[in-house]
Design a binder for this molecule. Structure first.
Ligand code: PMP
Ligand code: GLN
Length: 384
C-alpha cells in the first residue's frame, strides 16, 4: 500500500456496522435509513431495468436526471445550472468529492475543511497528495461554532480549496449566513475554490436558527464552487450511489475529466428513477423533514433520559452526545464497549478529528430509523 494511504484503515462505518451484526446490537452507528424511499422512484427503477436501460449511460449522466437536478437547484436554491456542461452525475457524493479534489489540487496544495469531517475527506485529500488544514468546531452552550481567527489562519498561499459540509455530519450544525459569508470572503481573498457537500440539504429542522443556504448562492461564489449532493439521503436509497456535482463549466469539465477514469459512468437504470424522485411535490420534501424532526426529538429525549448530555442538531440525521455524565472519558472505548454493555452501536466522533482531544468525549447516534428501533435502542441505553 502506498505511504499516503497507510494511515487509513477500514472506515469506521464498516467497522461499527460489522460490530453491530456480530453482537446482534441495535445499529445507530452508520447513517442509513431502514425504510425505502418513494414508491414512484422504486417503480421507475424496476421499469428502467425491464425497459432495457441496462447499458452504459452517457458520461455526464442520463439527460432526464441532469434536467431534474437543474430544476431542483433552481426551485430550491435559485441557482441556474445548464444540464449540458454544468451538471455531472457521479457514484454518490463520495465520488463527486474525490473527483473534485483530484481535479483541482496539485500535490502539496492545501484544503481547508472543518473538523470533525466526514471520513472520506481526509482520504481523498491524501489521494491527491494534498494537505488538509482543519478548523475545529467546538461545542459551546449546546452549539458547535468555530473561531473566525482559526479559520483565517487556515488559509494561506497554498490554499487551493475549502471543503464545506453543511448541514454538517456528524455535528448536525447548519452553517449560518454570517459563517458562510466569512468562508466566502476568504475564498475571494485567497482566490480559492469551494467544494460543498450538501447531501443533507433537505434536513434542516423547523426550529433551526437558519435555513440551508448553499455557499454557491453567495455573491461571487457560483463561479468558484462545485456544489455536491446525492439521492442517498433525500430519497432513502444510500445503496444506489447516485450523486451529482454542479458548477460553472470549467470546474465541472475538470471534475468530469477525472470522474471518467474513476468509474466512467454509473448505475444506468437508477438515474431515471432518481429523476422521478427529484420531481416529487414539495410535500414530499416537507414530510421527509418533519418525519426526521420527530425522530430527532424522540431520540434526543431518550438519550437525555439515559443520561447523555445531548447536543441537539439543527439538521442531518445524526445527534452527538457527550458521555461525561455517564462516567465516560473516551468515545472510542465507550463505543467499543457499548454492544457488550447494552447491545447498541454508536460511532465515536473522535475519529473525525485531527485534534482528538476536541472530540474525545463525543459519540454520534443516527436517528434515521423506525420508531420502534429508536425506542428499543433507548430502552437498552437506559440500562447503562
Ligand atoms: N458526505 C456526507 C457528509 C455524508 O454524510 C455522506 C454519507 N453518506 C456522504 C458524503 C456520502 O454520500 P454518498 O453515499 O452519496 O456517496
Ligand atoms: N454517511 C454515513 C454516515 O456518516 C455512512 C456512509 C458510509 O458508510 N460511508 O454514517
Amino acid at each position: 500500500l502506498v505511504a499516503r494511504m497507510r494511515p487509513f484503515g477500514t472506515t469506521i462505518f464498516a467497522e461499527m456496522s460489522a460490530l453491530a451484526v456480530r453482537t446482534g446490537s441495535v445499529n445507530l452507528g452508520q447513517g442509513f435509513p431502514d425504510t425505502d424511499g418513494p414508491a414512484v422512484m422504486l417503480d421507475a427503477a424496476a421499469a428502467a431495468i425491464h425497459g432495457g436501460r441496462n447499458q452504459y449511460p452517457p458520461g455526464p449522466g442520463v439527460p432526464e436526471l441532469r434536467t431534474a437536478i437543474s430544476a431542483h437547484q433552481k426551485a430550491f436554491w435559485g441557482l441556474d445550472y445548464d444540464p449540458d456542461g454544468e451538471i455531472l452525475v457521479t457514484a454518490g457524493a463520495t465520488e463527486a468529492i474525490a473527483a473534485s479534489i483530484l481535479a483541482l489540487c496539485e500535490p502539496g496544495d492545501e484544503v481547508v475543511c472543518f473538523e470533525p469531517y466526514y471520513d472520506s475527506y481526509a482520504a481523498s485529500i491524501a489521494l491527491a497528495g494534498a494537505v488538509r488544514r482543519p478548523v475545529t468546531l467546538r461545542a459551546h452552550d449546546g452549539r458547535y461554532t468555530f473561531d473566525p481567527a482559526e479559520l483565517r489562519a487556515a488559509f494561506g498561499p497554498r490554499t487551493r480549496l475549502v471543503l464545506l459540509n453543511s448541514p454538517h455530519n456528524p455535528t448536525g450544525k447548519v452553517f449560518s449566513a454570517d459563517e458562510l459569508a466569512q468562508v466566502a470572503a476568504l475564498c475571494a481573498e485567497f482566490d480559492a475554490y469551494a467544494v460543498t457537500d450538501e447531501v443533507y440539504e433537505h434536513l434542516v429542522f423547523s426550529d433551526a436558527a437558519a435555513p440551508h443556504v448553499p455557499l454557491a448562492s453567495l455573491p461571487g461564489m457560483r463561479d468558484r464552487t462545485v456544489q455536491i449532493s446525492s439521492a442517498g439521503k433525500t430519497f432513502s436509497c444510500t445503496g444506489w450511489k447516485i450523486g451529482w456535482a454542479c458548477g460553472p463549466r470549467p470546474l465541472v469539465s475538470a471534475v468530469t475529466r477525472v470522474k471518467q477514469f474513476l468509474t466512467y459512468v454509473n448505475a444506468g437504470p437508477l438515474q431515471p428513477a432518481v429523476a422521478v424522485a427529484l420531481d416529487s411535490p414539495p410535500s414530499y420534501y416537507e414530510q421527509f423533514r418533519d418525519d426526521l424532526q420527530r425522530k430527532r426529538d424522540r431520540l434526543c429525549q431518550g438519550l437525555t433520559e439515559a443520561g447523555f448530555a445531548v447536543l441537539r442538531p439543527e439538521g442531518t440525521y445524526f445527534v452527538t452526545a457527550d458521555i461525561t455524565p455517564l462516567g465516560g472519558t473516551d468515545g472510542v472505548e465507550f463505543c467499543l464497549a457499548l454492544p457488550e454493555r447494552c447491545g447498541v452501536v454508536a460511532v465515536p466522533t473522535q475519529v473525525f478529528y485531527d485534534d482528538v482531544t476536541a472530540g474525545r468525549r463525543l459519540v454520534r447516534f443516527a436517528f434515521c430509523k423506525r420508531d420502534e428501533v429508536l425506542d428499543e435502542a433507548v430502552a437498552r441505553l437506559r440500562r447503562l
